[in-house]
Design a protein around this ligand. Sequence first.
Ligand code: URA
Length: 235
Amino acid sequence: MPSEDQLSLFDTSGISESTTAQPQALELIPTSAKIPIPAGTYQTMAQMAEHCNQCYRCQLGETRTNAVVGRGNLQAPIMIVGEAPGQNEDEQGKPFVGKSGQLLDKILASVQLDTEQDVYIANINKCRPPANRVPTPDEIAACKPYLLEQIRMVDPKIILLTGATAVKGLTGDKRGITKIRGTWIEWEGRLCMPILHPAYLLRNPAREAGSPKWLMWQDIQAVRAKLDEIRSSPG
Ligand code: URA
């Protein structure tokens, strides 16, 4: 006769059927760009961040201090996608915390959008490219599954793509940013707007009509208006 102890090994109370994809063998996933990261791999951003910090899918993993995953509200209606971390971001492990980030926060505040409340901010690449060079197509491809997971988890109503690398990295659209900024484009059923990169505005401080700052002001007002429209539409 089995003892009570042995029988308790077969106690099934508290065991339930899993309905979401289990992240099996997670430790294997980020080690090579040849290993795909299927949609639904991550249940939380924290889990993904842990992986990004162990990731060597591209060579940027070898020089990072911290992987830079995201900041802001994980349920935000607006997601902002930048290019890649710079030095400040690499040191602090948060996107857009240097001069560009301070300007981005001001741009958002100008239309009463709060960085902690209304937006979630991420980048195409999670690790800093040496000397802040533009990430290569291979580096972008290696990191893209993480961005797709972020978009899936945050499920934003609007995605803002800052600069040409963000536009090309997410949508594949190779048009110049000055051509497509301020226009709504649809990507995978989601509403996206390319906008100028804040770093470009820092290099071009003019404010007259037609200047980069002026164009940004037009675009961010259009974004605010679209968010208000979405929020007030039924369903
Ligand atoms: N520029 C970016 O594109 N991303 C950052 O996180 C910082 C600067």
